[in-house]
Design a protein around this ligand. Structure first.
Ligand SMILES: [Zn+2]
Length: 220
């Protein structure tokens, strides 16, 4: 049972196409996994199109005719050639199924690399200036405590991780801002997550603070 969802504002921005393209992949992947948000997305779409239609009824006949002409004369959208997608990823010998929104961009997944603490990451470049990371934590792994200079979205694709605040399972979407600090870790179960950051992490405790100048190497 999914406990953490994107808030309504994020879903509205997603439907309107206003989100950073990498964050949109994370939200879209959550929607693939979450019936509740899939329904909410549909409700928002219905609401927005009803509003747009309401506005259209104010048009005078002439502009309506112009609009119809434009629609009739517009060329058909280019047919997208279906390209092969990776429906799975393999890390540390384990195979994970990718939800459709993620599978669609999986060709852009980079190489896995190991970071300290039984954590692996693979970058996924969405466009020129935005990327996300697949992060795999083996059982008993931990990421040093950190805050964020701005925002972080994490989606659990498979498994469980815990922090000071809660336990997060498949489909949980966690959105944190600069006011939050946490140290994610796994217990007996491993965990694959999708993570979006709009600035590098800021490590806060002990030796991990020494990593700060390099934190961009880890997660962005
Ligand atoms: Zn949801």
């Amino acid at each position: 049972m999914i406990k953490f969802h994107p808030n309504e504002e994020l879903l509205v921005q997603y439907v309107q196409g206003n989100l950073d393209s990498a964050l949109a992949v994370v939200v879209g992947t959550h929607i693939d996994m979450c019936q509740h948000c899939a329904q909410q997305k549909k409700d928002i779409e219905d609401h927005l199109s009803a509003k747009a239609f309401g506005a259209a009824t104010d048009f005078n006949e002439l502009s309506m005719q112009t609009m119809l002409d434009e629609i009739m004369n517009s060329s058909a959208p280019a047919i997208e050639v279906p390209h092969k997608v990776n429906k799975h990823v393999v890390v540390e010998g384990k195979q994970f199924r990718l939800p459709p929104s993620l599978a669609r961009v999986s060709k852009r997944l980079g190489e896995w690399s190991k970071v300290p603490g039984s954590v692996w990451r693979a970058p996924l470049q969405i466009d020129n200036d935005s990327a996300i990371n697949l992060i795999y934590m083996g059982a008993g792994a931990s990421v040093p405590e950190h805050t964020h200079r701005s925002q972080e979205a994490t989606l659990v694709l498979n498994g469980t991780f815990i922090d000071e605040h809660d336990r997060y399972h498949d489909g949980d979407f966690v959105f944190l801002n600069a006011d939050h600090r946490h140290s994610p870790q796994t217990a007996e179960e491993d965990c694959l997550t999708l993570a979006w950051l709009d600035a590098p992490l800021q490590f806060t405790s002990g030796m991990a603070r020494l990593l700060n100048p390099f934190s961009s190497l880890f997660f962005k």
